[in-house]
Design a protein around this ligand. Structure first.
Ligand code: HEM
Length: 468
């Protein structure tokens, strides 16, 4: 199964596409295009059973290759990372939203991507920067606990999902714009983001011959323009407020940590004549920050809490672990589990990891692409097309995980309850699960994501008993 990666003009002639279902031009590509990701997933699983670990589906105008084997994923993303780290060319409507791929998620694997990604990792995700938002996390936690308490007073049951989403969104909005916004504004921002994301599929038709379809489907095109301008109407004032504050030297003290938008306003694109980002590009990057960081974390948090409701003894074990670390006999004695305490809570971490393995919030990565046509495991992976990885399947490989469908945090612990040494969530030596991806395009915020999950889960179980 050794990957023989050839790069030559004979590749196309000598290597077929990976196998897949019969392709009937125009008809099957459109059928696949109309399916949502959740409709496609079971179909692709079946294709893997029939054809093996690498399959092709012709979705729309280009082939989409799916890989469900962890070793082959490692070969692609780590061993051949420099080739498999591109993104497919954006469809015209995606380009419209991402400002011509001027954001991290959709940028080609090139200098612009490097500049934007380095800005995020160095300026926001460096441990010292993450620490500067500890007060913000505490504030968000307080609001979350208060909202749940108020909810409990007025009703027997709570809809945890709404509270969790609200918390994650307000946290990311603060990190992005450096200010607390009221609930009404928060709602407007969230709606603006969600409406664009949810309705993207509806605008698919505009990707084909846009010049013509924009006229034929004029209403739809106008609707997209409206959604984009609504988003700008909400985000631009927040950006301008920060611009003014920066001019007046009001940003960047201890109570006012450097926000993501500050870093974007300072950023210079060295590959484009040292120009600054324009306002539309700042909007696109802020929007990416909010959408990449909120739904993923809040979905993961909901899965963890659901598992703790289902397994009360695990919830109790976390509470006992916290009690020991905080050296208190009763929950009521100390309200907050501090961030510094988290590293002393191996069982908590094991629960979080097990939930990310068993219920990764995204079942696929973002689509990857190769930077040139390559022969990979005897197949052609064409430059024009995309490659994706079955994240959920890979984390449930029975060759790595005994009884893979069972929820067993102990997998991540030694017999004595301590953390197993050397488990690497980034998969650089070996991929055993990949909730954050792997390789050069791995989620740059995987440490921040883990911190958010551990901090909020610890405090949610410390403050309340969660029951069905
Ligand atoms: C539990 C939380 C999170 C999970 C499970 C998660 C998962 C992922 C996954 C699977 C990818 C795709 C990797 C690929 O295509 O190979 C990704 C990319 C990304 N994530 Fe996250 N993420 C989380 C939190 C966050 C947060 C909090 C932020 C920002 C503050 C963030 C920012 C990004 C960005 C910018 C990318 C694009 C990276 C690139 O294309 O180079 N993520 N994430």
């Amino acid at each position: 199964l050794l990957s023989l990666l050839q790069k030559s003009s004979t590749i196309k002639i000598n290597n077929p596409f990976p196998p897949g279902p019969t392709h009937i031009p125009i008809i099957t590509p459109i059928i696949w295009l109309t399916k949502s990701v959740s409709q496609l997933e079971p179909i692709i699983k079946q294709l893997h059973v029939k054809y093996g670990p690498i399959v092709t589906l012709q979705i729309g105008s280009s082939p989409t290759i799916f890989i469900n084997d962890r070793s082959i994923a490692h070969q692609a993303l780590i061993q051949n990372g420099s080739i498999f780290s591109d993104r497919p060319v954006n469809l015209p409507m995606e380009n419209f939203i991402s400002k011509n791929q001027h954001n991290i998620t959709s940028a080609s694997y090139d200098t612009t991507w490097r500049i934007l990604r380095r800005n995020l990792t160095a300026e926001m995700l460096h441990p010292s920067r993450v620490k500067s938002f500890a007060q913000t996390r505490k504030w968000v936690l307080d609001v979350l606990l208060k909202r749940i308490k108020t909810n409990i007073k007025s009703s027997d049951s709570i809809k945890a999902k709404d509270h969790i989403q609200h918390a994650m969104f307000s946290l990311l909005v603060f990190m992005c714009f450096g200010q607390r916004v009221d609930d009404e504004k928060l709602h407007d921002i969230e709606q603006g983001e969600r409406n664009l994301l949810v309705s993207l599929k509806k605008f698919n038709v505009l990707n084909f011959w846009p010049k013509i379809t924009k006229i034929l489907f004029r209403k739809r095109w106008e609707e997209l323009l409206k959604l984009r301008s609504n988003q700008e109407m909400v985000l631009v004032p927040l950006i301008r407020v920060r611009k003014e504050a920066k001019k007046n030297g009001l940003c960047n003290d201890n109570n006012n940590p450097r926000a993501y938008v500050d870093t974007l306003l300072d950023l210079k694109l060295s590959n484009e004549g040292q120009r600054n980002l324009d306002e539309g590009e700042v909007v696109a990057l802020c929007s990416e920050f909010l959408s990449a960081g909120t739904d993923t974390t809040s979905t993961a948090l909901q899965w963890i809490m659901a598992n703790l409701v289902k397994h009360p003894h695990m919830q109790q074990r976390i509470v006992d672990e916290i009690r020991k670390v905080m050296a208190v006999s009763d929950k009521e004695e100390k309200e907050e589990v501090h961030e510094e305490d988290l590293e002393k809570l191996p069982y908590l971490k094991a629960v979080v990891l097990e939930s990310l393995r068993r219920h990764p919030p995204t079942h696929f990565l973002l689509p990857h692409a190769v930077s040139e046509d390559v022969a990979f495991n005897g197949y052609l992976v064409p430059k024009k097309g995309s490659v994706n990885f079955m994240v959920a399947e890979i984390g449930r490989d029975p060759k790595v995980w005994e009884d893979p469908m069972a929820f067993k945090p102990e997998r991540f612990l030694n017999e004595d309850g301590s953390q197993i040494e050397g488990f690497d969530i980034t998969g650089s030596k070996e991929i055993k699960m990949m909730p954050f991806g792997a390789g050069r395009r791995i989620c740059p915020a995987y440490n921040l994501g883990m911190l958010h999950l551990e901090y909020f889960v610890a405090n949610l179980v410390w403050n309340f008993d969660w029951k069905d």
